[in-house]
Design a protein around this ligand. Structure first.
Ligand SMILES: Cc1cc2nc3c(=O)[nH]c(=O)nc-3n(C[C@H](O)[C@H](O)[C@H](O)COP(=O)(O)OP(=O)(O)OC[C@H]3O[C@@H](n4cnc5c(N)ncnc54)[C@H](O)[C@@H]3O)c2cc1C
Length: 400
């Protein structure tokens, strides 16, 4: 496995269960648990975690009991009584990491190149270390070194809009704001834009009301010129499509906060206005036309990236790993197994990306876009056609 994030960890555990020797090579030296904040959980993700003995603590879930559309005056235009569970990156990653023996998780190993012949494949790392195997699983994310070497035609594509993200301590927002958000996922639809806000785990993964955080993600259109400006720092250096948060020009963050006031209900604007260090992400997606190349197979974000509206990247990495391990176990023959994996997961990846494009299509054109049907978008948010919601009630029962 090249890449020791969720995809590489799922693949290592499932392949070991199927009788393979597996080794994970991860370039990062430190702990990966510090990544990200909220994370949507699907039923399939929990099933696969269960299968490998990586226990997701029921207390690690924040219940969201409905999705609501809130108008600028604070009135509720639509309620979808859909219950889901959110959690945090650490609460998923940590148990996955714990079930992989330390001896097969090798950090500080940056893959540089892959060589292969008909029967085996060799990974060559920075510094010249080599590792030979029957199969190489590329779980090295959206900028995959493996994919860029073997399938250079596949690259992420900018979707013409960005997302501002931010997190505020629940205790730092007015009590009324915390109450308005409560256990709901709140959607706002300013012209050509979309904002979602919800409670996520607090410091130390604290899930107790009052100790949590409030998270928002605000999608705003940005053509090529605006994108260039947004990702250019104070010193005039342009950072392409990924800028370290401290380098975002303070004036841009100030404008973003100021814009919240006349676009959102007061309770929601209070959250955006209080964020001290927002994050900025260019929204991209990516589709592969193939998933295997000789003895190399690509999975997770290295293979497909859906826009964040699908809330499905981690679940997809788990499902890719499961399909690969089951195909190898069922068919015995590596070539036949890779062919089955490719057919099934190309289909799944394409459907997930297509769904995320449908959800975000109205954001690509700015306020000139035809108005979306918010009720339909809220009903279809996530990927309920592909990934099943977790029922918080069943969850709580497990916790007791
Ligand atoms: C802000 C944010 C919020 C998100 N929220 C959600 C959510 O709510 N729900 C959800 O399902 N998904 C979410 N995602 C998506 C999710 O994080 C990804 O889909 C998922 O992490 C993909 O896992 P992966 O293992 O395929 O790739 P990654 O997690 O990207 O991991 C790739 C790994 O490979 C390593 N690597 C890269 N190159 C090399 C190399 N040359 N040699 C060795 N190692 C290498 C990297 O260090 C990294 O650890 C979110 C993503 C972001 C950025």
């Amino acid at each position: 496995m090249i890449g020791g994030s969720v995809g590489g960890l799922f693949a290592a555990s499932l392949l070991r269960q199927a009788g393979w020797d597996a080794t994970v090579f991860e370039r990062t030296v430190g702990d990966l648990t510090g990544r990200g904040a909220g994370l949507g959980i699907s039923a399939q993700l929990l099933e696969i975690m269960d299968r490998i003995g990586a226990r997701f603590e029921p207390s690690a879930g924040v219940a969201h009991n409905s999705y609501v559309w809130m108008e600028p005056d604070g009135s509720i235009a639509f309620v979808n009584d859909r219950a889901t569970v959110g959690s945090s990156w650490a609460r998923v990653y940590r148990p996955l990491r714990d079930v992989v023996p330390a001896g097969i998780y090798r950090q500080g190993m940056t893959l540089r190149q892959v060589e292969q012949n008909a029967a085996s494949v060799t990974a060559i790392f920075d510094g010249g270390t080599r590792a030979a195997a029957d199969l190489l699983v590329a779980a090295d994310g959206v900028f995959s070194t493996v994919r860029r070497q073997l399938m250079p035609e596949t690259e992420p594509r900018y979707a013409n809009y960005v997302a501002w993200r931010g997190i505020v301590e629940e205790q730092d927002v007015p009590r009324e704001t915390a109450a308005v958000i409560g256990d709901r996922i709140v959607f706002c639809f300013p012209p050509g834009e979309l904002l979602l806000t919800m409670a996520v785990p607090g410091p130390g993964e604290d899930m107790r009301p009052g100790h949590r955080r409030v998270y928002f993600i605000w999608y705003r259109p940005a053509d090529a010129d605006v994108l260039r400006d947004l990702f250019t720092d104070e010193g005039g250096t342009n950072h392409g499509i990924s800028i370290p948060p401290p380098l975002i020009r303070p004036a841009l963050a100030d404008t973003m906060r100021a814009d919240a006031g006349d676009r959102f209900p007061r309770a929601v604007a209070e959250v955006v206005e209080r964020v001290s260090q927002p994050l900025l992400q260019a929204i991209t997606d990516m589709e592969s036309s193939r998933l295997s190349h000789g003895r190399v197979v690509v999975m997770g974000d290295a293979a497909f990236v859906a826009r964040p509206h699908s809330i499905g990247g981690v679940s997809k990495a788990a499902l890719d790993a499961q399909c690969l391990a089951d195909s190898l176990a069922d068919l015995g023959d590596v070539d036949a197994a890779l062919a089955r994996y490719e057919t099934e997961q190309l289909d799944f990846g394409r459907r997930l990306v297509a769904h995320s494009r449908y959800l975000g299509a109205f954001l690509e054109h700015g306020s000139g876009a035809p108005p979306p049907d918010p009720e339909r978008i809220i009903r279809d948010y996530g990927a309920p056609n592909l990934l099943h919601d977790v029922d918080p009630a069943g969850f709580q029962a497990k916790a007791e």
